[in-house]
Design a protein around this ligand. Sequence first.
Ligand SMILES: [Zn+2]
Length: 364
Amino acid sequence: MAALRPITVRKMLTPSLYIQGKGAIYYLGQKALPFGDKAFVIGGSTALQAAGERVKKSLASSGIEAVGWNDKVKECTHAAITKLAEEGKHAKAHFVVGVGGGRAIDTAKATAWKLKVPVISIGTQCASNADGSAESVVYTEDHKFLEVLSLPRNPVLVIEDTEIIAKAPPKYMVWGMGDALACKFEGEAYAKTRALKQDGELPPAAALALGDSCYRSLKEHGQKAIADLKNGNHSVDVDDVIEAVKLASAMAFENTGCALAHALHNGLTRTGQIKGEHGEIVAYCTIVQMMFEKRPVDEIREVAGWCEKVGLPTRLKMLGEPSKAALRTATDYAAEKDSNSRNMPNKMKPSELMIAIDRVERGV
Ligand SMILES: [Zn+2]
């Protein structure tokens, strides 16, 4: 007799090993060796210019040969993944090493999945929390969102060399914090929804705790970390924010889910009238979600105030000021079509979403 599938299971996805610190690339060779001695290194040109030599040295120190080396990753597309998988197959790679920001890492993860080999992520800036997750976001050649690939396993090793990350322009960290800000609020909405609807995996309390810890860390260290980066001072606050973005927010979002903030982000970007990076738009949309949820005013003010201090937008005029018609298109899409909106406890009405936006625009 076939076993009954439980309706609600609690599960937690994580990378096998996360190492962060100045010079952490040093560990690459010794920690990668159990996976084989033929590496296929994939990254963007800037990332491999910054970290390529150290990657090579570390692999070589453990007798690992870089049998493939591609520093031309620009966009995570199906064509790029297929081409790289061919290269990796030809080189008989035992594992893939992705080096760079979200696009390079996502491409490397999907390439490893096609090759059925493990993947290792090395982040070189702090705008993305993709390094530890088992997802790849695939785009078209002209950077239009196509789909999210859910991969069967997480990276076996994540290395965040803070010396390299701290040298990237500070704006990357601002963007990364904007995206990471959402994980607490979206995760809480997601958990409430799953408990109510009983229609999917329940996020473990550990994932919600990570979202909470991420938010506290951003609040405590975010402003100082950005100021320090601008002054070329690699402080402990910088390390704390890197951990909040790269580890806490990544594991929080992966083990809960996105909700209104990302649904509205997707709606706004589709209008073509919004200007700003992913993390900037998500930060603004997080404030809208909080307003929509009717969270306490003090809590909303705290988030909006923090955004202002670190340089994240709190008004639409900072994001290109889309027209009323564009806002209607965006809210219609977010409430009716975007799958993330199903992770809000109650069905969203576009008109209610417009009211929440209007309240945020009038000042929290
Ligand atoms: Zn995001």
